[in-house]
Design a binder for this molecule. Structure first.
Ligand SMILES: [Zn+2]
Length: 104
């Protein structure tokens, strides 16, 4: 379990709740709306099998890319937190905590 959570602000059961692309997109759009964030973030999926990487956030295009092992709510929230923080520092962690509170 530790390996798959590398880079996370903290573990959460939300990693066990599966999503497809449209559910992931609804989570992202809904959370941004609730937070009053004016920008749109797109969700895309990749079929590429990865061992450790669950998702990526591309700042330039504001796109979250989810890999097959990252098709879950926890990864969506993790990647969405990168809208505010590039690395896994304080800004990221604060955003992550705030987003998790909307769910847990
Ligand atoms: Zn990350």
């Amino acid at each position: 379990m530790t390996n798959r959570l590398i880079g996370d602000a903290r573990p959460t059961y939300l990693y066990d709740i599966g999503v497809d692309q449209s559910v992931a997109q609804s989570i992202v759009t809904g959370a941004l709306k609730d937070l009053g964030w004016p920008l749109r973030v797109r969700v895309e999926t990749s079929k590429r099998r990865t061992k450790r990487r669950h998702g990526t956030y591309f700042h330039r295009t504001r796109t979250i890319l989810l890999y097959p092992i990252g098709m879950n709510v926890g990864t969506v929230i993790h990647e969405l937190s990168h809208v505010w923080g590039h690395g896994h520092g304080k800004v990221f962690k604060d955003a992550h905590r705030k987003l998790l509170k909307m769910w847990e």
